[in-house]
Ligand binder design. Structure first.
Ligand SMILES: [Zn+2]
Length: 175
């Protein structure tokens, strides 16, 4: 796989994840301002499952908490409260801390309804946390043979890293 193809694949994966985040996670799941066709919603959920490992209910809980406490104590990722550098470089850990807090998830998403690709909650998190599991699925999905596996995995990881830093604290404009 050439460098050009790696860049193209990374760019496409990153942008699919960005669209799934802003349309599905933010507009539809979190703010309920948009009702997607169930097939579109499932496809976006699948994209996020394969390429980011994000669990929609966790993301919605963290984002609702952010809106509840915007730039005041309790905001999970406020540069004003926590400092710009902490949020800029530690956003992944700030997000994980809140996403893995069952109290936060329960409090902010009592209305969440799992879809057809979401296994029971006692199984789903175990699929997420060995990071390789989802990357392996992504590689298989890309149809990559053993020679290209490492490079395709690199594309997925780069796209995921950029997505993790950009998305959870609203660097992507709400439109
Ligand atoms: Zn929002």
């Amino acid at each position: 796989m050439s460098l050009t193809w790696m860049a193209v694949i990374t760019f496409v994966i990153l942008h699919m994840s960005v669209f799934a985040t802003t349309i599905y996670l933010q507009r539809s799941i979190t703010h309920r301002g948009l009702q997607l066709h169930p097939i579109v919603a499932v496809l976006m959920h699948l994209e996020l499952l394969l390429f980011t490992g994000i669990i929609p209910r966790q993301w919605a809980a963290v984002h609702r908490k952010h809106h509840h406490h915007s730039d005041e104590a309790g905001d999970p990722h406020s540069p004003r409260v926590l400092g710009m550098w902490t949020v800029l470089f530690g956003n992944y850990f700030l997000y994980k801390k809140q996403a893995n807090n069952p109290a936060t998830v329960r409090k902010y998403t009592p209305d969440y309804r799992p879809d057809v690709i979401e296994p029971p909650t006692n199984v789903y998190p175990k699929l997420q946390h060995p990071c390789r599991t989802r990357h392996f699925h992504a590689d298989v999905w890309l149809g990559v043979g053993s020679n290209g596996m490492g490079r395709a995995d690199g594309c997925v990881r780069i796209a995921e890293l950029v997505h993790q830093q950009l998305v959870p604290h609203d660097r992507i404009p709400e439109f």
